[in-house]
Design a protein around this ligand. Structure first.
Ligand code: ZN
Ligand code: ZN
Length: 197
């Protein structure tokens, strides 16, 4: 029945379009304290690549006072995650200029709950100026993007990866951050498709 074809095709395409838009993963990008707009925009842009994610940059949020440790002049990253879970719905990637730490570690570049919905990235030690190096905006942003993708990967269910260069490898030092790429390896990529399908 030739006549029925056009409507069949129409509904097929219509269906496809609905799926591709509806499947986009949404995430709120929350600046905790003042964070340069360029960095937030760059993160929003780069999250589209590995995860087809739609990021929405929110208003500045105050850092939770309860997470501050005055003896270390650092914020406790797990407490930041608790705060975000309490105050925000949906997936959240928070970014802060403050230094962060967690039990047993001097500092963390970021933290997320695996298969959770909240994450934090501290850009403090990703800035070349932290190591008394000259200002380098491009390097700074590249590092932030890597750590943001890494933490969002955890939210989506990825664990640490041993494949050299994969963004999901664990970074203990700034050298580790610089060594890895901002890309997922084939294994992690496949896992993301399975976890998000
Ligand atoms: Zn990690
Ligand atoms: Zn990997």
């Amino acid at each position: 029945m030739f006549k029925s074809r056009p409507s069949h095709f129409f509904s097929f395409f219509n269906h496809k379009i609905t799926i591709s838009l509806g499947d986009r993963i949404k995430i709120k990008i929350v600046p905790l304290g003042e964070v340069p707009k360029d960095i937030l925009e760059k993160v929003r842009e780069e999250l589209k690549v590995p995860f087809h994610m739609v990021g929405e940059i929110t208003q500045i949020e105050k850092l939770p006072k309860s997470a501050y440790n005055q003896f270390r002049n650092q914020y406790h990253s797990s407490m930041i995650l608790d705060f975000l879970e309490k105050h925000y719905e949906g997936r959240v990637l928070s970014i802060t200029k403050e230094d962060t730490y967690t039990e047993g570690l001097n500092f963390v570049f970021g933290q997320a709950k695996i298969k959770g919905r909240v994450a934090v990235v501290s850009v403090c030690r990703l800035d070349p100026k932290f190591f008394h190096k000259p200002e380098d905006k491009e390097l700074f942003e590249r590092r932030v993007v890597k750590e943001a993708i890494h933490e969002v990967g955890h939210i989506l269910g990825l664990t640490h990866c041993n494949n050299k260069g994969c963004v999901m490898t664990f970074s203990n030092t700034i050298g580790d951050v610089d060594k890895k790429t901002q890309n997922l390896c084939d294994m992690c990529n496949m896992q993301v498709s399975l976890l998000t399908s």
